[in-house]
Write a protein that binds this ligand. Structure first.
Ligand code: CO
Ligand code: CO
Length: 320
């Protein structure tokens, strides 16, 4: 899109120029519209749970902008000739339940016949124009907080190879179908400088986007990153999704990995996530308040994983 002649507008607060989690358009001095869309092929075998994960993932970009979702539209590509219609019904029911859990409404959608099943949603939300969180704005001294454990991409890969345990599958599904709503609500009235959600580019890829947009250098401590316990084991077995390897290649130029960090840790930090947590840059001492609020709200995996250590062009240092 960068090479296309896109238009700007005084009320377009976040558009193609910034490439953030969602577009933001100001309707009035008190109200801005958030718009985002996401859809993908199944990553778990249970159609209802896949629907829930796809919806939690699509809603997440609204939360990452500091907003509240209002309405959602289904997008479905469905192989009618090879798959029973109950499968589509279960996927849509999973999506609808998750949209309702978010306090939003399913208002329609569109489906097409396609040899490959895909599902997702377009989500519309609202935010106060002065309270939009973007990837830009992180400042030296900020603490970086991650709100969900990493490793869902690795477990999904193990699942595809029929190598994942039932417990690992259940844990990954719980993490991926969990809304980022409680995490976003915990940010209210704190000195939060930048927010994004961790999805396909992994923690290092999305961290790098934040670092570049904010013109800073991030330091991430591998040992502090929350990780799904089975993921470490599967990563050590080499069950790394292709997307995670591509993430690492993409990041490499701007990455400094301390020799004391194990390759498995680097694989976990670059693991492509579906419906991952929020990455938040918050100024001390509000990091302590935020962590307390997150624990009280049941976001138990939330952890301080690093700091904004310098100004710069978007480098990440990974320390043990
Ligand atoms: Co996002
Ligand atoms: Co998205």
């Amino acid at each position: 899109m960068k090479s296309l002649p896109f238009h700007t507008h005084p009320d377009l607060l976040v558009g193609l120029e910034q490439a953030d989690d969602a577009g933001v358009y100001r309707l009035s001095p008190e109200l801005a519209l958030i718009q985002t869309v996401d859809f993908f092929t199944p990553i778990v075998n249970d159609p209802y749970k896949f629907g829930q994960i796809a919806a939690a993932n699509a809603l997440s970009d609204v939360y990452a902008m500091g907003g509240r979702p209002l309405t959602a539209l289904n997008i479905a590509c469905f192989p009618l000739r090879t798959t029973p219609p109950e499968v589509l019904k279960d996927i849509l029911r999973g999506g609808m339940d998750k949209v309702h859990e978010a306090g939003a409404l399913l208002v329609g959608g569109h489906s097409v016949e396609d040899p490959e099943l895909k599902y997702g949603l377009a989500v519309t939300g609202v935010v106060h124009p002065d309270k939009v969180f973007t990837k830009a704005g992180a400042q030296v001294g900020d603490v970086l907080i991650l709100t969900k454990p990493l490793g869902t991409g690795i477990i999904a890969t193990a699942l595809k190879g029929r190598l994942a345990s039932k417990e690992a599958e259940a844990a990954a599904i719980e993490v991926m179908s969990r809304l980022n709503r409680a995490a976003a609500e915990a940010l209210e009235r704190l000195l939060v400088h930048a927010v994004t959600d961790i999805t396909g580019f992994g923690l290092l890829g999305h961290g790098m986007e934040m670092a570049a947009a904010s013109k800073v250098e991030l330091t991430i401590y591998a040992s502090r990153a929350p990780v799904l316990s089975w993921a470490r084991e599967y990563a050590a077995m080499g069950l790394i999704p292709g997307g995670s390897k591509a993430n690492l290649r993409f990041c490499e130029k701007h990455l400094h990995v301390d020799p004391g960090v194990s390759p498995v840790d680097v694989d976990l930090l670059s693991d492509a996530q579906t419906s991952g947590g929020l990455l938040i840059a918050v100024a001390p001492p509000h990091d302590e308040i935020l962590l307390t609020r997150l624990r009280n709200a049941g976001v138990m995996d939330a952890a301080p994983i690093g700091e904004v250590t310098d100004t710069g062009k978007g480098r990440i240092r990974v320390e043990p």
